[in-house]
Ligand binder design. Structure first.
Ligand code: DC
Length: 222
């Protein structure tokens, strides 16, 4: 039997720094990376473009199934078109969070996500990586940061990109999105029982990455 590639899962609320941290941990280990939120965002963008009703669960699942996606080091292509910037927009993220409870959509994305598990290893970031998609992962991280730290980071990022941002609006959106992700019936945002919680509120990106690499060394050395 071929051994399954190792996986480090990084789950946590929106803007907890998961994406940046996952990419840096993957780069340090020479592993692949899965940004599972991008698949929900791509589905959201696809239904926006085709005017599909978000409430039509089967149509949304079909849109996810037929996504033509290519991840590349600088971003992501959908149907051959560069959409990296567009899927980061708040309206796309909010719609992704609205459609995410749909069980047919989550089922449609399951095999797609698991296909990223190839040697020498995978760092997967999202909400349910450790609880559903890679339940057998040898290292699971639950990355948290308090909501004001996350809203301030997101505000800074947007302003740096030349996009206007208002801290109060971001805080309100973030609280609403957290509540939706935590309270949904299917695959809610919750730490796996065997996850290590890392609070990045007062940590730099480097310190957060290092703490995960240290945990991985400890797991590997067992
Ligand atoms: O991580 P993100 O902000 O790019 O994710 C966008 C939305 O997608 C998020 O609000 C909820 C959903 N999502 C999910 O339900 N499960 C995942 N594994 C990743 C994201």
């Amino acid at each position: 039997m071929t051994a399954l590639a190792p996986v480090i899962t990084i789950d946590g609320p929106t803007a907890s720094g998961k994406g940046t941290v996952a990419h840096r941990v993957a780069a340090a280990l020479g592993w692949n990376v899965l940004d599972s939120g991008a698949l929900y965002r791509l589905t959201a963008l696809s239904i926006l473009r085709s005017n599909t009703a978000p409430e039509d669960e089967q149509a949304v699942a079909r849109a996810a199934q037929s996504l033509e996606v290519v991840f590349h080091p600088q971003g992501v292509l959908m149907g051959g078109q560069e959409v990296s910037e567009e899927i980061r927009q708040e309206r796309v993220g909010n719609l992704a969070s609205h459609i995410a409870p749909n069980p047919a959509l989550r089922a449609a994305l399951l095999a797609r996500q698991r296909a990223f598990r190839v040697m020498p290893g995978l760092v997967a970031d999202g909400r349910d990586m450790g609880t559903v998609v890679f339940e057998d992962a040898p290292l699971k991280i639950f990355l948290v940061a308090d909501v004001s730290a996350r809203a301030e980071r997101r505000c800074k990022q947007l302003i740096e990109k030349g996009i206007s941002a208002n801290l109060d609006d971001l805080l309100r959106d973030m609280r609403e999105r957290d509540a939706r992700d935590i309270n949904r019936a299917v695959a809610p945002l919750v730490a796996a029982s065997d996850a290590h919680t890392v609070d990045s509120s007062n940590l730099s990106i480097e310190q957060t990455v290092q703490s995960i690499l240290d945990l991985w060394s400890a797991v590997r050395g067992k």
